[in-house]
Design a protein around this ligand. Structure first.
Ligand SMILES: [Zn+2]
Length: 390
């Protein structure tokens, strides 16, 4: 099925670092890279270095005064009160040295992935440094400075004239990308996330459907706290199949935050590694069904960097490269190399045990609620179909 896939990687992704105690830690990209290499599932010929996004590329989405502010902040030249107006220097998004360069590299990584796929040099591309879906035009938010997915989508529109389906499975709403394309009917955004009732950023309600010409091209499925694999996967599968059939994209861009896992310290969902096997499977299928294989995948959230992220992101690459039959024990050498650095016991196997967590008392209620949310989210597609058949 796949002619080839590329993996965008550089140790320089580590320069995107707020401080030692901050939950956003790009060491997870290196842990994933090392896991795949140890496994023998990632070869030198597949690895491509990211480039730096230019100011002009960043300005496809971001205001130029914001870009200048990020540059100044990274050099220690931005007054604190001015910084705060740009969402910089907050607890979530503190200022760090050379933050412009570090952030532009993550965007450049996603653009590198885009160029490989849309020029036909690769069928699929993965850039795990990206996925910073909370970045706004003129403001940093939620650990995100520049929004690589938004920039990449604008870039794809301008350079390649394609219609893009953006699929966001992070536990947090993909707000930055949604608002950037809210009035654009040539970009369809689909975000499935924990309800914003108790979780940042608070948006992603099922009724956020787009505006103006873009009305009907924004889809949201906010699932209840404590949602488990089965209910989550039922919602994702049903929705993505119908949305893809409705929109018929030229290319699919998936944001692969892996913070819906039970172990994730920042969210309240109860998913296991099972969803991280299934999410890329369906995305892959859709890419071949509608997009001639064109699939770009980026990273995203994921704050249990030891027990969750490396396995989940490795599974994404294994699906992309058709090596997804791997299960059982994780490579012993990988565990031996990283266990001394980890504050928790590393998992020994690819899949989670059945008894990962105690039974969820409200399971039936949560499942029912999520099914209703899916119906609401897909209602416009379904009623339109019905009308056309009549
Ligand atoms: Zn997240």
């Amino acid at each position: 099925m796949s002619k080839n896939s590329i993996f965008v990687y550089s140790d320089a992704f580590q320069t995107y670092k707020f401080h030692d105690r901050h939950p956003f830690n790009q060491l997870r990209v290196k842990l994933t890279y090392d896991l795949l290499q140890t496994l023998g599932a990632l070869h030198d010929g597949q690895i491509v270095a990211p480039r730096l996004a230019t100011d002009e590329e960043l300005a496809l989405v971001h205001d130029s005064d914001y870009i200048e502010a990020v540059k100044k902040a990274g050099k220690g030249q931005l007054p604190e009160d001015v910084a705060l107006n740009y969402g910089l220097g907050t607890e979530d998004t503190p200022i760090f040295p050379n933050m412009h360069e570090a952030s532009a590299l993550l965007v450049g990584g996603t653009l590198t992935a885009v160029d490989y796929v849309l020029s036909g040099k690769a069928e699929h591309a993965l850039s795990l440094g990206g996925g910073l879906h909370h970045g706004f035009r003129g403001k940093a938010s939620g650990f995100c400075i520049y929004n690589d997915s938004s920039v990449a989508i604008k870039y794809m529109q301008e350079k390649y004239g394609v219609r893009v389906l953006y699929v966001d499975t992070d536990a947090h709403h993909g707000d930055g990308v949604q608002w950037t394309f809210y009035d654009d009917p040539n970009v369809c955004t689909f975000s499935i996330h924990e309800t914003g009732r108790y979780l940042f950023p608070g948006t992603g309600n099922v009724n956020e459907r787009g505006q103006g010409k873009g009305y009907g091209y924004s889809f949201n499925i906010p699932v209840d706290a404590f949602t488990e694999d089965e209910s989550w996967l039922a919602a994702y599968t049903e929705a993505l199949i119908e949305i893809a059939d409705f929109f018929r994209p030229d290319v699919i861009l998936t944001q692969n935050g892996v913070d819906a896992h039970y172990y994730d310290p920042l969210t309240h969902l109860s998913a296991s590694m099972r969803i991280y096997r299934e999410i890329p499977k369906l995305a892959h299928q859709i890419a071949h069904q509608y997009c001639n294989g064109r699939w770009i995948a980026v990273g995203g959230g994921g704050y249990d960097i030891w027990r969750v992220v490396p396995r989940a992101w490795a599974l994404l690459w294994l699906e992309m490269t058709e090596q997804s039959d791997i299960s059982g024990a994780l490579p012993k050498e990988w565990i031996a190399r990283w266990q001394p650095h980890a504050p928790v016991s590393l998992p020994l196997e690819w899949d989670d045990p059945e008894d990962l967590y105690p039974p969820i008392p409200r399971k039936a209620e949560i499942t029912e609620k999520n099914a209703q949310t899916v119906m609401k989210a897909l209602q416009p597609i379904r009623s339109n179909k019905q009308r056309l058949n009549l």
